[in-house]
Design a protein around this ligand. Structure first.
Ligand SMILES: Nc1nc2c(c(=O)[nH]1)N[C@H]1C(S)=C(S)[C@@H](COP(=O)(O)O)O[C@H]1N2
Ligand SMILES: [Mo]
Length: 441
């Protein structure tokens, strides 16, 4: 680089220059780092995997935010997100499996990338100790952007993984932490890719994957000296070949895939998801599929079993509220839809056969034709007990207030006496133990 803004080193004292030229013993000295594997080619191999993988995780993350319809009042879990929702659109109800796949990809790919991320950070670690720590203004800015890149990546991955493991170690809500960390990270990521893409392509061309796959440990040599300071000036003999290192990282990712992906497949494969809290179904009965939050956990068991339970429908400002008990709901036309539960945490169930009353029928009963939205209230007054759905979701013929599942009454934990089930809806918006629907025009 020739156009670098140099600090006025000319005016530095002789002592200052001596310090800059003589890093203290330890990791600031280039010959401290002796692995013969480090170099632009290896870094670029990991980098290109991350480029594809992180793009996938980011896009599915954006979709997950859109799936919550955060523009509808009460739905936004990240206050102040305004401009970052620039791309929002009305979340569709079809294909019904879309959120299941996209959120499964988000969580699974995020987990599988961890070994690659660690390997990438390992491959560039000498740069963390660059001496002197600040050489020029441009270099100082670059180092700050790398801090955001690495810090943002680590924070986004750690919050995501902690959340899917129900490890609530972070203060406050998961949503804003993960959301703002992801945006910080992705901004730094775009800058980084913009700056490094030409280097990456050049470095990938400088070596051959075929050759690496045919080279054993004894024949593994360092890459040629590089301007970035990744290649060690004093390498030791290789203790593992490059193909061995790639196999180690790839094997780690493959292992993580095998022990987590089953949570998004269901059936017998669920039992392979050893790293997921969702690796076993409750039992084999009609209600024997994953439960998020039991009625007992939320203190709702009594209220949900109260024989006096009634559903209340509210419509336009002039319409009288309508109340219906469970028998009257069961006497209305019943409709059946096969739909999965797909949680933001990445786990999902295979489609279950839900039976109940169409939300569209309830809309008409409330005296409304074309609702803009519906406000759903359940017996649970805080947490995920309320939600707003958009008109397109209300009017889909497969959107139900479900009373039964797989031929049996809903169990208490799946939302008895009545729950929402809407195609392509994130699990958290399929509210259980519903007690009131307010159709808004
Ligand atoms: N009232 C209420 N409904 C709720 C929840 C809740 O905590 N309270 N959890 C939601 C979440 S996060 C999911 S993933 C689904 C899970 O439905 P299931 O327990 O029937 O599988 O229910 C949703 N409905
Ligand atoms: Mo969920």
């Amino acid at each position: 680089m020739t156009n670098r803004v140099e600090l006025p080193t000319g005016r530095l004292s002789r002592l200052g220059r001596a310090v800059a030229d003589n890093p203290p013993p330890g990791p600031t000295r280039p010959d401290f780092w002796r692995s013969p594997l480090r170099g632009p080619w290896l870094t670029s191999v990991f980098g290109s995997v991350l480029l594809v993988g992180i793009t996938l995780v980011f896009v599915t993350g954006l979709l997950s935010y859109a799936a919550y319809n955060p523009d509808l009042s009460g739905n936004n879990k990240t206050s102040g997100a305004g401009p970052l929702g620039f791309y929002l659109f009305d979340w569709p109800t079809s294909p019904s499996w879309f959120y299941r796949v996209s959120q499964g990809v988000h969580v699974t790919v995020g987990i599988v990338l961890v070994p690659v991320l660690l390997a990438k950070l390992w491959s560039v670690i000498p740069k963390l100790f660059t001496w002197p720590p600040v050489r020029s203004i441009a270099q100082a800015l670059e180092r700050v952007s790398l801090l955001l890149l690495v810090g943002g990546a680590v924070f986004t991955f750690v919050t995501g993984i902690a959340n899917v493991q129900y490890w609530y170690v972070f203060p406050g809500s998961f949503y804003p932490l993960h959301f703002y960390a992801a945006w910080t990270f992705i901004a730094a990521f775009v800058v980084h890719v913009g700056l490094k893409l030409p280097t990456m392509i050049r470095a990938l061309r400088s070596g051959s994957m075929r050759e690496v796959f045919h080279t054993d440990t004894a024949h593994t040599r360092p890459e040629p000296p590089d301007e970035h300071g990744l290649v060690s000036p004093a390498p030791t003999a290789a203790t593992i070949s490059r193909r061995g290192a790639l196999a180690l990282v790839g094997g780690g990712s493959a292992l993580l895939f095998v022990v987590t992906a089953g949570q998004s497949f269901g059936g017998v494969l669920r039992r392979t998801a050893l790293l997921s809290p969702r690796f076993a179904d409750p039992d084999d009965g009609p209600n024997g599929f994953q439960v998020n939050k039991t009625a007992a956990e939320l203190g709702l068991s009594d209220a949900a079993q109260d024989p006096g339970w009634q559903l209340e429908l509210r419509g336009g400002p002039d319409a009288e509220p309508v109340t219906l008990n469970r028998d009257r709901l069961l006497a209305m036309p019943q409709h059946t839809a096969n739909l999965p539960i797909a949680c933001v945490e990445g786990w999902s169930t295979s489609p279950q056969q839900w039976t109940g009353v169409r939300l569209a029928d309830l809309t008409r009963m409330a005296g409304v034709d074309a609702p803009v939205s519906v406000y759903v209230e359940s017996l649970q007054e805080s947490g995920f007990g309320t939600v707003r759905l958009r008109g397109n979701q209300v009017l889909d013929p497969d959107s139900l207030l479900a009373l039964r599942v797989n031929g049996a009454d809903l169990s208490l934990d799946h939302g008895f006496p009545a729950r929402l089930i809407v195609p392509n809806n994130p699990g958290v918006h399929n509210t259980k133990w519903v007690r009131r629907l307010t159709f808004e025009v």
